[in-house]
Design a protein around this ligand. Sequence first.
Ligand code: SF4
Length: 324
Amino acid sequence: MNKLLETQQLKKYFPTTGFFSTKKALVHAVDGVSLSINKGETLGLVGESGSGKTTIGRLVLRLIEPTEGAVFFSGVNLMSLNGKALRKLRQRTGIVFQDPQASLNPRMTIEETLSRPLLIHKSLSATKGRRELMLSVLERVGLESEHLGRYPHEFSGGQQQRISIARAIILNPEFIVLDEPTSALDVSVQAKVLNLLTALRKEFDLTYLFISHDLTVIQYMCDMVAVMYLGEIIELATTEELFEDMKHPYTKALLSAAPVPDPKKRGRERIFLVGEIPSSTNPPAGCRFHPRCPQKIGKICEQEHPESIEVGTKHAVACHLYQQ
Ligand code: SF4
């Protein structure tokens, strides 16, 4: 399979100051992430809030600059591009944000919102061609031509997210970052938006990076899953393998807390994690999960950082339990 996107040892540290001190500290939002996505596949990025998922979504589109590391898109290092070349490559990508209301400009009609990417990338300069394209994309996401002249507040949350999706696909991209695209929506419309995204992926041969805190949604949408904890990937596997035989104690705890729609599969033992996710300004030494891990095996977990190792075909895990 062709690799469309690859990150190599990607890091992003944000400088911060505390409430009671002017001393600068660094938030280790993303700390050495290497992953790849094959063309036509969906990679799910899952973890609690604050684990670094959203930062990765922005780094891979170079919406923010990394502290270290590289992102390759179709073999081209994004960090080596500037100006026109970067804009040209960005044309092949898109993003859908979590909160559709916040991501749409309230003062712009849907027509203005959809025509913006076409104008920025100087695609279809003829007004007639632009309008036809906007109408066909709007129709494809389940909206109607009369909606073009309306403003975002005139739509429901689900419709607003459909508009965001229309904006993301209007330049006919190859790759889209979907950052929690359904978590701000009512449960009743979530499935419809997920089904729309699945259909668009097949129809336009799209590749997705699907960011979510919800393992049930990840299982439904993704081919591969990367589990994040405090800026690192701690488990990476095919979706099938991960849900059949998850290895990392954190992944097991995450799944045990997920709601189970099938009543026959209920009764799974709930794993309660002690404490909150630690601060990413000063991540714990050794394994970053050790202060909360129910399977901690001693000093090695507190002192040595576990490297990611293969434990099967297309399954890697960073945990000392598998390195003995
Ligand atoms: Fe738990 Fe140790 Fe594995 Fe970390 S390395 S997840 S602390 S067993």
